[in-house]
Write a protein that binds this ligand. Structure first.
Ligand code: HEC
Length: 133
């Protein structure tokens, strides 16, 4: 895949959001690598790190239930990205937006890195939407 295709694909994925049915396994893979250590493999807030921290790690399967049955896509997106300051409380969670964009910037430049970051966060949020109880 050329770089333009890659950028176009992640741009489409991030713009289309939850209505765009994409491969959930990408989001699941990313979740298992980046999130399960704290939030748990089944997202019950019981990953191996959770017991080592002195803050409670929330489960992530009840986000829709806590929002009158509607998955709060944009809010979750901003929480996971982390750079907008939308956070429930003082933060232990890594700022994923920073992390993803810093690693992509060298290869793709500032704007390319931004598009890739949105794609990566979007794929994760789609995965979270798919596991709501
Ligand atoms: C180092 C442990 C840790 C890792 C890794 C982690 N989180 Fe979190 N997460 C937390 C904690 C603790 C909170 C509670 C709020 C806070 O302290 O930031 C939280 C809160 C959240 C929330 C808000 C939940 C709510 O009920 O408001 C979402 C969504 C979330 N995390 C998603 C993710 C995703 C997606 C990843 C992987 C990209 C991830 N987290 C990785 C520890 C972690």
């Amino acid at each position: 895949m050329s770089m333009n295709h890659l950028i176009a694909a992640s741009l489409i994925a991030s713009l289309a959001g939850p209505a765009f049915s994409q491969d959930q396994s990408a989001g699941q893979g990313e979740y298992m690598v980046a999130c399960a250590v704290c939030h748990g493999e089944t997202a019950m807030g019981d990953g191996p790190f959770a017991s080592l921290m002195n803050v409670e790690v929330p489960g992530l399967t009840g986000l829709s239930a806590a929002n009158e049955g509607i998955f709060p896509y944009l809010e979750v997106f901003m929480i996971v990205d982390g750079r907008t300051g939308v956070r429930s409380h003082g933060t232990v969670m890594p700022i994923w937006g920073d992390r993803y964009s810093r690693t992509a910037r060298e290869e793709f430049g500032f704007y390319g890195a931004e598009v890739i970051t949105r794609g990566r966060v979007g794929v994760l949020v789609d995965y979270l939407e798919s596991i709501q109880e």
